[in-house]
Write a protein that binds this ligand. Sequence first.
Ligand SMILES: CC(C)(COP(=O)(O)OP(=O)(O)OC[C@H]1O[C@@H](n2cnc3c(N)ncnc32)[C@H](O)[C@@H]1OP(=O)(O)O)[C@@H](O)C(=O)NCCC(=O)NCCS
Length: 147
Amino acid sequence: MSAGEISIRPARADDVESLRELSEQLGYPSSLNEARRRLAVILDQQQQALLVAETSDGTVVGWVHGILRPLLLEPPHIEIGGLVVKAGHRNAGIGEQLMHAIEDWACGMGAQEILIYSNVIRDRAYRFYERIGYEGFKQSRVFRKKI
Ligand SMILES: CC(C)(COP(=O)(O)OP(=O)(O)OC[C@H]1O[C@@H](n2cnc3c(N)ncnc32)[C@H](O)[C@@H]1OP(=O)(O)O)[C@@H](O)C(=O)NCCC(=O)NCCS
């Protein structure tokens, strides 16, 4: 499909319902109140960018979240905290536009690298990332402890 007229802009607090719905499509359901709380924290942080893709009629059809990670071991990099394009709007170049926009932001933040941690179940997303210039360079185990 064709993306039509898409603009990329920073997310606002009143995007919360669309962001919540799209997060659910990524496999991360939450209540509206929880989404509102999380969004407020992100919007308050200078070191994070949450960008949305919007159609000409104002419908939010995708988002990408970038987080600046200052590290002792390496120069600061940007981690992608999530990327999703609304079902029915995929394969039209919107994901690529979102990634280019977050790359521009990342350059402006002085980062030299963008890292994406992608679940092994998302093999279609792997092809997408490789096509837009990312390379898989490491496989990791993820450990967690409920606290
Ligand atoms: C991965 C994802 C974000 C990509 O977004 P998208 O908007 O579909 O991406 P694009 O349209 O830029 O590119 C996707 C495909 O469409 C093709 N494409 C791009 N522009 C196109 C156009 N104008 N016409 C036809 N096809 C096009 C590309 O070749 C690409 O093919 P590929 O899958 O072999 O890489 C989207 O599929 C998605 O939200 N998936 C579910 C959630 C997910 O996996 N997120 C990533 C978590 S790590």
